[in-house]
Write a protein that binds this ligand. Structure first.
Ligand code: C2E
Ligand code: MG
Ligand code: MG
Length: 529
């Protein structure tokens, strides 16, 4: 039993693992792969963004160089016109002009403002090569927009910070540009948060975030850095959900496999073990089929027939009795049938001293007197007469002739009539049977079936009947299903019959009801002690 349970749980566990493991492994691998590709893609995007920042910066430098080469006197119309052309030529430069003494002097958009005292604050930072930089600075042209201003030797250019970050990107991944020496955010694309991006820069992109990937890149020529991020489309965030889903599927599949294993084990692998367990736990039942006197229809006794319901399925006794015989379980089975029969029928047997029950035994039960001893002990002080418990043995169980002959004689001596069951189906001849003394012969159903039919085998039934009369043994016809069979049998002096025409095998309470209904002339059983 323990072995069976552990086999079943092993099947369930294996089923779970077999279902979940490959799925989770492939999900894990696919996820890792997706992660890696997303990270690579983002890294490439960061490199592209760095190129843009370099391009914008170089345009600013080139524009300043062009302005420095402008001819004419400071802020002359020719020089302002020249500034205008320079601004136009460099697409990232929005305006550019001259400054000095902490003031704007002139530019194409400002005009000549030398008399207007337009203050230019001190620069935020100076590069090693002498450029001054104003980070996100308010240009006098607009109170709303900030620009980045780069200047050198009295010339400046004004650049829209967006120029650094407006890359064509259908995914609209957030971008930030920082000055890596001051850790200042120079430009942010829509959707980018300055603190978040700066933090990512400081961590060189290794941010522990379930929703976003980060990547950073640094310019090799200028002190500029770029941070980009993209949402994790991968499955990482969904791990718990995925696990729960696949574990549930795994449990269902595992349970199913376990159930199949359980069925297989129960049915085939350890069928004898299951039977042994069922016998030990008394999980087998006994039903009773009436045997009637054919002439009167009166029920004279019953045959005890064993039943086994295994997990809701009825197992034929033809199968499990044979398994019990092959696996040394038959004696336990016979004892169990006797126990249950006496437990259920003792009241009935005591109340009707002529009523009997016949018990099927196997060759093993006939080899020794063990079962006879069990039976004798069991009947003591029950008030049940030995003749009320009869023994049915098939022809096949008569094979071990010497031992069987003695045991049969012992049963008969002890007062238990002995029946030969399924007569005609075995190999022994009638003359061989003459060497046994038995009381009743049960003609097998297969011969009774042929009665009143034209089948060639229908000659066998009358022959057996005749021989039985000669041997002076009583006859029970098995498997009587039709009235015409009764008629035929009665005519030939067959005393008893058993079959569905009279009743099928029943549980004891049904039997008591049936007996009370069919034998109304007799005293009702439930009124008797
Ligand atoms: P059996 O001892 O010859 O029992 C008679 C079988 O014929 C029973 O089948 C019974 O239900 C069936 N039967 C009776 N009347 C009719 C009928 O009119 N029509 C049809 N079609 N069948 C009928 P069951 O119960 O399936 O038993 C089969 C065999 O299993 C028995 O044949 C007997 O050899 C064996 N068996 C049953 N119970 C026990 C037991 O407690 N111990 C042993 N050792 N063998 C048993
Ligand atoms: Mg029988
Ligand atoms: Mg039989």
């Amino acid at each position: 039993m323990i072995k069976r349970l552990s086999l079943i749980s092993a099947s369930v566990a294996l089923g779970c693992i077999a279902t979940v493991a490959p799925v989770l492994t492939s999900v894990y691998i696919a996820n890792e792969d997706a992660e890696r590709r997303e990270q690579e893609d983002l890294q490439q995007f960061a490199a592209k963004a760095v190129m843009r920042t370099e391009l914008v910066t170089y345009q600013a430098f080139a524009a300043i160089a062009d302005m420095e080469a402008a001819p004419g006197s400071l802020c002359s119309p020719a020089q302002i016109a020249r500034y205008a052309r320079v601004s136009f030529n460099y697409r990232y430069v929005q305006d550019g002009g001259a400054y000095g003494g902490g003031r704007y002097l002139c530019s194409p958009l400002l005009g000549d403002v030398r008399t207007q005292q337009l203050t230019l604050p001190a620069p935020d930072w100076q590069t090693k090569d002498g450029y001054l930089v104003w980070f996100r600075h308010n240009n006098p042209l607009s109170a709303e927009r900030q620009d980045i201003q780069i200047g050198r030797n009295g010339h400046y250019v004004s650049i829209d910070p967006q120029s650094y970050v407006d890359l064509i990107d259908p995914a609209r991944r957030p971008i930030a540009v920082v000055n890596v020496e001051t850790n200042t955010v120079l430009a942010l694309s829509p959707g980018a948060n300055g603190d978040d991006m700066l933090n990512a820069w400081k961590l060189t992109g290794r941010v522990n975030n379930e929703q976003w990937h980060y990547a950073v890149a640094r310019s090799t020529s200028r002190p500029l850095g770029v941070i980009v991020k993209s949402p994790r489309s991968s499955l990482v965030g969904q791990w718990p959900g995925l696990l729960v889903m696949w574990l549930s599927i795994g449990v269902v599949v595992g349970g199913l496999l376990g159930w199949i294993a359980f069925r297989r084990i129960s049915r085939q692998l350890s069928f004898p073990a299951t039977l042994e367990w069922a016998i030990a736990r008394k999980r087998l039942d006994v039903v009773f089929q009436p045997i009637v006197r054919l002439a009167s229809g009166e029920c004279v006794g019953v045959e005890a027939l064993v039943r086994w319901n295994l997990n809701g399925r009825y197992v034929s006794p033809e199968i499990f009795v044979a398994v019990a015989e092959q696996n040394g379980l038959i004696q336990q089975l016979t004892d169990l049938v006797l126990d249950k029969t006496l437990d259920e029928l003792s009241k009935l047997l005591r109340s009707r001293p002529s009523f009997y029950v016949s018990i099927n035994v196997s060759s093993e039960d006939l080899r020794t007197r063990r079962f006879l001893n069990v039976l004798t002990a069991r009947l003591q002080e029950t008030g049940i007469r030995p003749a009320q418990v009869r023994i049915e043995a098939t022809e096949r169980s008569f094979m071990d002739a010497d031992a069987t002959r003695q045991t049969i004689a012992a049963f008969r001596d002890a007062g238990h009539p002995v029946y030969i069951d399924d007569f005609g189906t075995g190999y022994s001849s009638l003359s061989y049977l003459q060497t046994f003394t038995i009381d009743v012969l049960k003609i097998d159903k297969s011969f009774i079936d042929t009665i009143a039919q034209d089948a060639a085998s229908s000659v066998v039934a009358p022959h057996i009947i005749e021989m039985a009369h000669e041997l002076r043994v009583e006859i029970v016809a098995e498997g009587v299903e039709r009235d015409v069979q009764v008629e035929y049998l009665v005519q030939r002096g067959v005393q008893y019959g058993q079959g569905w025409l009279f009743a099928k095998a029943m549980r004891v309470n049904e039997l008591v009801l049936w007996l009370n209904e069919s034998n109304t002339t007799l005293q009702p059983i439930h009124q008797q002690a």
